[in-house]
Design a protein around this ligand. Sequence first.
Ligand SMILES: [Zn+2]
Length: 358
Amino acid sequence: MSEALRVSGTVLPEGERRDLYVVDGHVTYEPPAESTTVAEGWIVPGLVDAHCHVGLDPKGAVPEDVQEQQATDDRDAGTLLIRDCGTAADTRWIDDRADLPRIIRAGRHIARTKRYIRNYAHEVEPLELSDYVAQEAKRGDGWVKLVGDWIDRDIGDLGPCWPRDALEAAMRTAHDHGARVTAHVFGEHALPDLIGAGIDCIEHGTGLSTDLIDTMAANRVALVPTVKQLNNFPKYASAAGEKFPDYATHMTELFERRRETIGAAHEAGVPIYAGTDAGGVLPHGLIADEVAELATYGLSAVEALGAASWRAREWLGMPATLVEGAPADLVIYSSDPLADLRVLTSPSRIILRGRVVR
Ligand SMILES: [Zn+2]
């Protein structure tokens, strides 16, 4: 048996003052004979980055030493559970490292030929989609990631990547393999077929309309809006500039109404989770910024933090809160993050799998 740790303070989200003990990697509230106090303060279930890419940089897959640094940056920001939303690298070795975050993988992105960032995705045609979905469902940890729309250079604007029948077959295949499906979608036109075909989650979702939002809420389809990433839309618009003016205008419009769109989804009851989209354009370790930004989209402090902690943990199949027997993944802050979300930028202690890692 390892040495028992004691953490005392206010346990969120319940807000009760308690002495929490860590014994053999798990939480207990029964005081052991001996324990060492390692932290006092506000105690939060390990943070979750629901859209992150370990193993990617803007050019594609990165080697293991860079992957390790990315995972460490996430961990040191309090992210102890990652839903990896697609990577071209093999990061499976991280599972053997008790000091790095737990990762739930979506395998490698599946995109239409020449319709995504170079070196990132399997680029395939509709007839091949189901086979690739089956392959990535087997490689991943219960998720498959599609690229639902991207610029179509022939029309000079965002356009759907897949016909409805290919999507229906893909969803069936994923669900038969026990995997959930999510898709990258910026615009409006890919969404009806993705949601109609039974998708489980939408990434970004800036093109959502009121009726699709109602369908998502009714079917419990999740939304990971990656609100920090949305701030890059003006940059993508100006980069497309004169060559693709319709695309540039479209991206600018999606950007300008982003708060209304995502706010309406939240208002309608669509489950929203925090995702930083680290690994492509954005650096790792920004979960605190993502939570603070989400709170400017109509989520209260407790809703925004829950989107990056207890609610996201439950969605991904982990115990939501620090109940008796839960894995000891927790972050401690010296003041109340619900009173001021900026507190999340400086964890005072991080405990992962029952060990102090920071
Ligand atoms: Zn992404």
